[in-house]
Design a protein around this ligand. Structure first.
Ligand code: PLP
Length: 368
């Protein structure tokens, strides 16, 4: 049975922009160049302009964006990289793929982003970089991190995979660190029709480095200047994302309207709604509430046809694959508590008011 309120639904959006998307795809097919034609380069320029950064390098996924950015920041074996205990597993996959050791830090209980006060206690002489994750679309408090990094010669690589268009102190996230990394996985605020990612940077040299890493280290045909990979974005994906980028601000505004509607409707129901810190703009990739009886609430909603999900049920150190980090239960208590109480409600630009209200009605009925 189709849920009455799906967690996410992508077909309605496609129908809304079908004419533009279909034309963009047809243009690529007619052109007959499927890798490194004009679309990828044009998308890089447009995405850089959107963020207000000088350089953007399109890649195959958000995970590859992080991996290449870390390599571009000089991270390698023997180095330590600090990140959040509560994040998509891809963040730590990328750090380990760059050869470094992951050092987890607990989270801020309000925003679920890196607790910047905790970072200092985890620094060692091997720390090379910090990866703040703008989780759910809320910016990390990045100013203190920039100060820590500047004082010790560390690099900041922002994981902005869930935060296209989110702002911190009037500037879009992704442009604060040496590199900012984005994912265009279909469920993101700017989602493609497959995988894709972007690395942005203010440094021309670093942009050139990750550009080489992306394509076998090749500067001219069959001329390889370093050992790289195949992490290219293809032309079809770039053409689709160029169309969708033009709608991103409107879609983000609609996500914010829905989030503020949820905030209002959920007052007095006993659930904790997401915060938006002063001087930030949250883009609500996810709308994450908290409730001490989260599992019961989730089942209650499921019984009423509402698909709410847990992002993420375990912090990284409690995931079976990462037991060898040696951080057992109790190591990151704020992240652990959050993981046991958080619940992501349906949010996507095409969700209508009545869908949002149906979710709130069901939560109110649970509370009474
Ligand atoms: C916070 C975060 N980092 C990294 C990634 C990796 O992106 P991708 O799935 O495009 O590899 C994702 C997406 O799932 C993410 O949400």
């Amino acid at each position: 049975m189709r849920p009455a309120v799906p967690f996410l639904e992508l077909c309605t959006q496609y129908r809304q922009v079908k004419a533009e998307i279909d034309r963009a795809i047809q243009d690529v097919l007619d052109c007959g160049v499927f890798v490194f034609g004009g679309q990828v380069e044009a998308f890089e320029k447009e995405f850089a302009a959107y963020l207000g950064v000088p350089h953007a390098v399109a890649v195959s996924s958000g995970t590859d964006a992080l991996r290449l950015a870390l390599l571009g920041a000089g991270v390698g074996p023997g180095d330590e990289v600090i990140t959040s205990a509560l994040t998509a597993v891809a963040t730590v996959v990328a750090i380990e793929a760059a050869g470094a050791r992951v050092i987890l830090v607990d989270i801020d209980p309000e925003t679920y982003t890196l607790d910047t006060c905790e970072v200092k206690s985890r620094l060692t002489c091997r720390t090379k970089a910090i990866v703040p994750v703008h989780l759910y679309g809320h910016p990390t408090d990045i100013e203190p991190l920039l100060a820590i990094a500047a004082g010790r010669g560390l690099e900041i690589v922002e994981d902005a995979c869930q935060a296209h268009g989110a702002m911190y102190q009037g500037k879009k996230v992704g442009g604060f660190g040496l590199f900012g990394c984005f994912s265009f996985y279909p469920t993101k605020n700017l989602g493609g029709y497959g995988d894709g990612g972007m690395i942005v940077t203010g440094s021309a040299d670093h942009a050139e480095h990750v550009r080489l890493l992306r394509n076998y280290g090749e500067r001219r045909r069959f001329e390889h200047h370093l050992r790289g990979f195949n992490c290219r974005m293809d032309e079809l994906q770039a053409a689709i994302l160029r169309v969708k980028l033009r709608h991103l601000d409107a879609w983000n505004a609609q996500r914010r309207r829905l989030a503020h509607g949820y905030d209002r409707c959920l007052k007095g129901t006993g659930v904790k709604v997401p915060v938006e810190r002063p001087d930030t703009t949250h883009v609500y990739c996810s709308y994450v509430i908290r409730h001490p009886s989260r599992n019961r609430l989730r089942e209650w909603l499921a019984d009423r046809g509402i698909d709410a999900r847990v992002q993420y049920p375990w912090p990284i150190h409690l995931q079976p694959a990462y037991r060898d980090f040696g951080a057992g239960l109790g190591s990151f208590p704020v992240a652990e508590q959050a993981a046991s109480e958080i619940l992501s409600l349906p949010i996507f630009p095409e969700l209508n008011e009545s869908g949002m209200e149906a979710v709130c009605d069901a939560i109110r009925a649970f509370a009474t």
